[in-house]
Design a binder for this molecule. Structure first.
Ligand SMILES: C[S@@+](CC[C@H](N)C(=O)[O-])C[C@H]1O[C@@H](n2cnc3c(N)ncnc32)[C@H](O)[C@@H]1O
Length: 215
């Protein structure tokens, strides 16, 4: 089911990712070790059910499927999903892909073991980040795994890193880089977080244990 609320952020997202699509997977090669670390955190056992939200060209979804997870990938940009489907065919990985707005996931509560947001939150306005994290936590029952930028703390190094990243990133990264992932988790009422920095990179994996819903 597709439900996308039209707004300037979604229009911008479509334009931006359509433009970068031809080279998007080259970026994936450069950050292969961060993807590996995230996939290892997500696919902890065979048959674990995973929703990869904002799956893009499906890099994390395919890695998890190949590790034995049962994976669904959703994204709001159809062209990214077409590339994901093509990659899944080539790599013989079984992933179910659907076009969907992450703010309104067409799934019942607590239906997946793990929800994933890989390199997604930094491409959204702050208000959307919170909505998307809340939706991710709603549809998952065990864990939420987030892979995203975590820029150096030192002012000078941070400014340098940001100037480089802004050559190709969306303007939403500027606000995201000031706040990071933890405040949005806190606003969503999620406090049980294991943090794993990816060595020699600007990336961190956040593994959130979701509160039990049993009572
Ligand atoms: C930087 S890409 C990340 C893709 C992939 N998860 C990865 O790790 O390579 C961000 C993706 O988020 C998608 N996206 C942004 N806002 C979205 C929303 N509200 N709902 C669904 N997808 C969204 C974009 O279309 C894009 O494919």
């Amino acid at each position: 089911m597709t439900r996308s609320i039209k707004d300037p952020y979604i229009d911008y997202t479509h334009r931006y990712f359509r433009a970068w699509l031809p080279v998007y997977d080259l970026f994936g090669i450069l950050i292969g070790s961060a993807y590996r670390r995230a996939a290892k955190t997500i696919a902890t056992r065979a048959g674990v059910t995973v929703l990869d939200i904002c799956t893009g060209t499906g890099e994390i979804a395919l890695r998890c499927a190949r590790a034995g997870a049962t994976v669904t990938g959703v994204d709001v940009t159809e062209e990214m999903l077409q590339q994901a489907q093509e990659k899944a065919r080539r790599k013989r990985a079984a992933v179910q892909f659907s076009t969907m707005d992450a703010r309104h996931l067409a799934f019942p509560d607590n239906v997946f073991d793990v929800a994933v947001l890989s390199l997604a939150l930094h491409d959204m306005p702050a208000k959307v980040r919170l909505q998307v994290v809340q939706e991710a936590a709603r549809v998952a029952k065990e864990r939420l795994v987030i892979l995203d930028y975590d820029l150096p703390r030192g002012k000078r190094l941070r400014r340098l890193a940001l100037s480089f990243l802004m050559l190709f990133e969306t303007p939403y990264l500027i606000d995201f880089s000031k706040k990071g992932v933890l405040p949005v988790l806190e606003s969503a009422g999620l406090s049980s977080v294991a943090i794993r920095h990816c060595p020699f990179s600007f990336f961190t994996v956040y593994e959130v244990t979701l509160p039990t819903t049993s009572g």
